[in-house]
Design a protein around this ligand. Structure first.
Ligand code: AMP
Length: 356
């Protein structure tokens, strides 16, 4: 059943994704209440109420849930114990999606069983297993913590077997992956409604710097365009297999052997920020529509050329200067109080029917 205007949507997590989701929810006549541990919770500014409590605070979670008509998340590392403490009928996209996506080993086996191709990988729980994985899979490769890594954090590149000898097992379950010789990177972002309908946004070409997304552009180029359809089918099957409702993202490498699945995010994604100005309906609005049981909006791209660039670290302090530039740049600042190095502070999107 669709939520009525005036209903309340709860969001777990307090970052910029929650902030932009809350802005879309407000536009549709919903109130948003957030929940996250104490910190720089920039979503709080656009929520009518915000619980700054630990993930283990059962009483606070119960109080939060009692005020919500539906609960979603903007952050995939919400502990499963939190989901279990909430009424399961309120939680969308659903526990299973979090369980799979929180662990790189789980998500790779889940999506590969559906037919996706992954880089060769192995689970690593000790120094000996790391040596064995490098021997079997070869180098170069990347050692990644299986859980809690993001934006290139919790990752170590290993250029050769010799170099691997100097890398210590970090004490937490890891995955060692063969390095993929990719031509480009892209993501498939879809929204799935309560009725099972799936819609896709166009895939941008994503350029990462230091393991973190820097720029997304459309058109994505021939190499990516030739592989999007295959990647979409994998993403669709993943969403169907999870009984997913909301926005789901799968990241791929475009290679000479077709799309190679890298990871999934059971949420709106940085590479979809361009959809605010560039698509008929943004990823944020469609996520809210989906979890509220409303009809989904169109996902068509509205401009021939689009570029979304992240604003990272200290650059945010001078970001208003971007507004004086030609080409109507759209500036989004997330309201973060501290501009630390490597921290996403905002983004700027440019859209045009002429080349940018
Ligand atoms: P991830 O956190 O897995 O998304 O990794 C962040 C970025 O590191 C990716 O977007 C790639 O640019 C790079 N990367 C991660 N895994 C691999 C790999 N197996 N081969 C080549 N590049 C990778």
């Amino acid at each position: 059943m669709a939520l009525k205007p005036g209903s309340t949507i709860g969001i777990l997590g307090g970052g910029q994704l929650g902030r932009m989701m809350a802005q879309s929810a407000a536009q549709l006549g919903f109130s948003v209440i957030g929940y996250a541990p104490p910190g720089d919770n920039v979503a709080a500014e656009v929520c009518i109420d915000f619980f700054e409590n630990g993930w283990g605070d059962k009483a606070a979670l119960a109080a939060f849930a009692s005020k919500c008509d539906v609960i979603t998340w903007e952050f995939e590392n919400v502990p499963l114990s939190v989901i279990d403490a909430l009424p399961s009928n309120l939680v969308v996209p659903g526990r299973r999606a979090l369980e799979v996506a929180q662990d790189r080993l789980n998500e790779k086996s889940f999506v590969c069983e559906l037919g996706a191709i992954c880089a060769p990988y192995a689970r690593v729980d000790s120094d000996e297993e790391l040596t064995r994985a490098v021997d079997t899979i070869g180098a170069p490769g990347i050692l990644k913590t299986a859980r809690d890594g993001y934006d290139g954090k919790g990752q170590w590149r290993i250029a050769s077997a010799y170099e691997a000898e100097g890398v210590r097992f970090p004490g937490r379950t890891c995955i060692y992956e063969g390095f993929v010789d990719f031509a480009a990177e892209f993501s498939v972002i879809l929204v799935r409604g309560t009725n099972g309908e799936v819609r896709f946004w166009d895939s941008t070409a994503n350029v990462h710097e230091g393991g973190m997304l820097a720029v997304s552009t459309l058109p994505a180029g021939e190499v990516i365009e030739a592989q999007v359809q295959e990647a979409r089918e994998i993403a669709r099957q993943t969403a169907n297999a999870l009984g997913y409702v909301g926005v789901l993202t799968l990241e791929f490498f475009a290679t000479a052997n077709g799309p190679i699945f890298n990871e999934m995010a059971p949420r709106v994604h940085n590479s979809g920020h361009w959809t605010i100005e560039g698509a008929a309906t943004s990823q944020f609005e469609n996520h809210i529509r989906a979890v509220a049981g409303l009809p989904l909006g169109g996902t068509a791209t509205r401009f021939a050329h689009i570029e979304m660039r992240n604003i990272v670290g200290e650059d945010a302090l001078s970001a208003h200067q971007i507004l004086a530039k030609e080409g109507e740049p759209h500036l989004h600042l997330y309201g973060k109080r501290e501009a630390r190095e490597g921290r996403k502070m905002g983004h700027v999107t440019r859209v045009s029917n002429r080349a940018l």
